[in-house]
Design a binder for this molecule. Structure first.
Ligand code: HEM
Length: 390
C-alpha cells in the first residue's frame, strides 16, 4: 500500500535540506511517479545502481541524460549515447584522456590552488565561486585543452553564461544561446589549428586517437571538448561549494583536517556522498519495467536519484552523518557503469589540491548562507555564489 506522498518537484534539488523528503520517497514510494513533472523517480541505492549498470534496459539516448535535455545534445555527447556509439567514442576519449593527463596537470593544479588560497586568506572573505572555483576551473580545463592563457577570460565568461537559466528579453537571444554559439565557434577554430599543428593537449590527442582505423570526427571532438568544459566547469564548482558548505557545518571535521591533511581525500569522497553535486541523471527504459509494484512504461523519463541513493540507510550506516572515516564509501556521486564520470580522476585531483591548500592556509572556516545563492537546475546541487570566510 503506497502512502499518499507529495509528488516530486524538480526544484526540490535546490531546497536547503531535501533529504528528509528523499527518505520518505525511499520508504513509502521507491518507484515514484510525479504526474506534475511527468517524471518517474527511483530513490533506493540498489535500484539506482542496478539501472546505471543495465544500459540495455535503461537507455541514455532515448531522452538524453538530463531532465529537460536539449534535443541538439541528445545522441551527440558521451552522456547521451548508448553502445555501440558510446563504446567507440568513450574508448577514444579514454585513449586521449589518461591517468598521465591528470598526473601531468597535478603540479599546475596544486600551484594554482595555492595562489588562490593565499589570495583568499589575504582578503579574509571571498566569493568561493568567483574568486576560487571559477578561476581554478578555467585555468585547469583551459590548459588541458590547449586554450591559450590570453583566452581564459573569454572562456570563463562563456562558461558562466552557458549555465544561466534566465528568460531572454522579448525578441532577444538568450545569453546561454549566444555563449553556446560563441564557444562552439571558438572550439571549432581551435580544432582547425590542432588539425594543422597538433600539440601536447587533449584536443590534439582526441583528434589523433584511433581505434580499428577509425577516428572521432572533428565535430565529435568539438562536441566532446564542449561537454568536458561544461561538465567540468559546472560539476566541479558544485562539488567545491558543497564541500565548503559541509565543512562550515561540521566544525569538528574542519579541526580534524587542520591537523590531519592526509584525510582530505576521504573528506572529498564523503562530500560527494553526503551532498551529491550531480543529484540525478535521466534514463529511459527500452521495455516496460515492473518495480516495487509499479509498471514503468517503455519510453518513460526516469530520474535515477543519486542524491537520495547516497543517503539510503539500506546501503550506508548512519547515512545522514558526515563521517570522513567511513570504512567503505561506495557512493554513486560519480555515477556507475559505462557512463561513470570520465572526469573523475581530474575532479578528485582538483578537489583534493584545493581543499588541502584552502584548509592549510585558513585560520577559520565559515560561509554566509544569507548571502549565498543556490544553483537552480534540476540535475545539479551546489552554489552559484557562496561567501566564504577563512
Ligand atoms: C573535471 C571535471 C569533470 C569532467 C570533465 C566530467 C565529464 C563527464 C563526462 C564527459 C561524463 C559522461 C561520461 C560518459 O557518458 O561516458 C560524465 C559523467 C558523469 N559525471 Fe562527470 N565530469 C567532471 C566532474 C564531475 C563531478 C565533480 C561530478 C560530481 C561530483 C561528476 C558526476 C558525474 C556523473 C554522476 C556522471 C554520470 C552521468 C550519467 O550516467 O548519465 N562529474 N562526466
Amino acid at each position: 500500500m503506497v502512502a499518499a506522498i507529495t509528488p516530486y518537484r524538480l526544484d526540490i534539488v535546490s531546497a536547503e535540506n531535501p533529504y528528509p523528503y528523499y527518505r520518505e520517497l525511499r520508504d513509502d514510494d521507491p518507484a515514484h511517479f510525479s504526474a506534475e513533472e511527468q517524471l518517474w523517480v527511483l530513490t533506493r541505492f540498489k535500484d539506482v545502481s542496478n539501472a546505471f549498470r543495465d544500459w540495455k534496459t535503461w537507455s541514455s539516448t532515448r531522452r538524453g541524460n538530463l531532465v529537460n535535455d536539449m534535443p541538439e545534445r541528445i545522441g551527440r555527447t558521451l552522456g547521451t549515447t548508448d553502445p555501440p556509439d558510446h563504446r567507440f567514442a568513450r574508448g577514444l576519449v579514454e585513449k586521449a584522456f589518461t591517468r598521465g593527463t591528470v598526473e601531468r596537470l597535478a603540479p599546475r593544479i596544486s600551484s594554482h590552488a595555492g595562489v588562490l588560497a593565499r589570495a583568499a586568506l589575504d582578503r579574509g572573505e571571498v566569493d568561493m565561486v568567483g574568486a576560487v572555483s571559477a578561476p581554478l576551473n578555467a585555468a585547469i580545463l583551459g590548459t588541458m585543452f590547449g586554450v591559450p592563457d590570453a583566452d581564459f577570460l573569454a572562456l570563463r565568461r562563456w562558461l558562466d553564461d552557458f549555465f544561466l537559466r534566465e528568460e531572454p528579453a522579448p525578441g532577444c537571444e538568450s545569453r546561454q544561446a549566444v555563449a553556446m554559439r560563441e564557444l562552439t565557434k571558438y572550439l571549432d577554430r581551435l580544432a582547425s589549428e590542432r588539425v594543422a599543428r597538433p600539440s601536447d593537449d587533449l584536443m590534439s590527442a582526441m583528434l589523433q586517437a584511433e581505434q580499428d582505423g577509425r577516428r572521432l570526427s572533428r565535430e565529435q571532438v568539438v562536441v566532446t571538448t564542449m561537454t568536458f568544459l561544461t561538465a567540468g566547469f559546472e560539476s566541479t564548482n558544485n562539488l567545491f561549494t558543497n564541500l565548503a558548505y559541509a565543512l562550515a557545518t561540521h566544525p569538528a571535521v574542519y579541526r580534524r583536517l587542520r591537523t590531519r591533511p592526509e584525510l582530505v581525500p576521504s573528506f572529498v569522497e564523503e562530500g560527494m556522498r553526503w551532498d551529491a553535486a550531480a543529484q540525478g541523471f535521466v534514463r529511459s527504459p527500452t521495455r516496460d519495467v515492473a518495480l516495487h509494484g509499479k509498471l514503468i512504461p517503455e519510453g518513460a523519463q526516469v530520474l535515477l536519484h543519486i542524491g537520495s541513493a547516497n543517503r539510503d540507510e539500506r546501503a550506508f550506516e548512519r547515512p545522514d552523518e558526515f563521517d570522513i572515516e567511513r570504512p567503505s564509501n561506495r557512493h554513486l556521486g560519480l555515477g556507475k557503469g559505462i557512463h561513470f564520470c570520465v572526469g573523475a580522476p581530474l575532479a578528485r585531483e582538483m578537489a583534493n589540491a584545493l581543499f588541502r591548500a584552502l584548509v592549510g592556509a585558513s585560520r577559520a572556516w565559515d560561509v554566509d548562507l544569507d548571502r549565498a545563492r543556490r544553483v537552480t537546475t534540476p540535475n545539479f546541487r551546489g552554489f552559484s555564489e557562496l561567501p566564504l570566510r577563512i
